[in-house]
Design a protein around this ligand. Structure first.
Ligand code: PLP
Length: 366
């Protein structure tokens, strides 16, 4: 039997071939490859979609996080509270700026930062809190917001790289905190065909700072008012996101349907999985289950054409480059999840037949 794709980007392109090709052709015709008209058009569309005032497109999700911290003035001696159970970029940008990541453990059922443990991690040096909306489900942003409000309104940056399109109590991911950062890496819920990202904020001054930092800290041509980076998103990539938006609502709807079907099938089979909280819709950037003896299960599934991926096998506070850069704070839940999580094939084009095959294979393998 043929292998099921882990993410089906070919089917997605096939469905969008016409608008994508037309959008690319238009860029080739006008030739404004850097900061062309599609950049502003995409920023407007995404700001409207998320319900935020400002959207600033940037070169990647990582760059969005870095630029956000730079705009907030985070630097040496500062502490940034984040989750240890995430992609490395989240902590990487903190360390790059000479600040210290402070890891707060995660919830066992969602993998998101445990807001009940946040307050104890705040110190006079805390300059930002960076929760991650893991696997496409928002972290508990209101609970986090209420805690930082009691501590002089410490800025909150939502790492929404996996959650673009998700909702939290009726509001969109990216619009829930001081700054929201997302990624258009091809495999993310809203992907382009290369690297891309965006940040969202309601704060005019922060938006302006981010726009300047994106182009080498430039306020006018060759006037560098601050230190910045080369962090622009290409016009061509913005054009692809614009074309992808044509069926993004449908994709989100499909993802919710596929996620709900996985939930029902797995619950029936008694297989443990990441849970979704009421009031939050996950876009299932990953569909993740919990297994024991994971390597064996993965090998058995691979043999019968069912690919799986582990997000993430090692918490950041145990990674060689990071373990000595933060004060030791035990995060046993993150450690346990890192041992057990396994993501199943997931994309808007995954069929019900394929899904049942995945679940049957999993039942046979665990
Ligand atoms: C993908 C991802 C990033 C980085 O995004 P890039 O566009 O690949 O730089 C950051 N944080 C999380 C949680 C991610 O999943």
């Amino acid at each position: 039997m043929s292998s099921i794709p882990f993410i089906d980007l070919k089917a997605q392109y096939a469905a969008l071939r016409e608008p994508i090709n037309a959008r690319i052709q238009r860029v080739l015709d006008h030739g404004q490859y850097i900061m062309g008209p599609e950049v502003g058009e995409m920023e407007q569309r995404l700001a409207a979609y998320t319900g935020t005032k400002h959207c600033v497109s940037v070169a990647s999700g990582t760059e969005a996080l870095l630029i956000s911290l730079m705009a907030l003035g985070v630097g040496p001696g500062d502490e940034v509270i984040t989750s240890p159970f995430t992609f490395v970029a989240t902590a990487e940008v903190i360390v790059l700026l000479g600040a210290t990541p402070i890891y707060v453990d995660v919830e066992a059922d969602t993998g998101n930062l445990d807001a009940t443990l946040l307050e104890a991690a705040i110190t006079p040096r805390t300059r930002a809190v960076m929760p991650v909306s893991l696997y496409g489900q928002c972290a508990d942003m209101d609970a986090i917001g209420a805690i930082v409000a009691r501590h002089g309104n410490i800025p909150v940056i939502e790492d929404a790289a996996q959650s673009f399109g998700a909702e939290y109590h009726g509001r969109k991911s990216g619009a829930l905190s001081t700054i929201g950062c997302t990624s258009f890496f091809p495999s993310k819920p809203l992907g382009c065909y290369g690297d891309g990202g965006a940040l969202f904020t309601a704060d005019e001054a922060l938006a302006q700072a981010c726009r300047e930092i994106r182009v080498h800290g430039q306020s006018q041509r060759y006037v560098h008012t601050r230190v910045g980076v080369g962090g622009r998103m290409d016009t061509l990539q913005c054009a692809i996101v614009l074309a992808k938006l044509e069926r993004f609502e449908w994709e989100v709807h499909e993802r919710l349907t596929i996620g709900a079907r996985y939930n029902a099938l797995l619950d029936e089979a008694g297989i443990a999985r990441i849970q979704q909280k009421t009031g939050r819709t996950s876009v299932f950037a990953q569909y993740t289950v919990l297994v024991h003896d994971r390597e064996r299960v993965q090998a058995a599934l691979k043999d019968i054409g069912v690919p799986t991926v582990v997000h993430y096998p090692v918490p950041l506070n145990e990674q060689p480059a990071y373990k000595d850069r933060s004060p030791v704070r035990p995060t046993p839940v993150a450690a346990e999840l890192a041992r057990r999580v396994m993501s199943l094939p997931m994309s808007a084009d995954l069929s019900g037949v394929e899904q049942r095959r995945v679940v049957q294979a999993l039942i046979g393998a665990v």
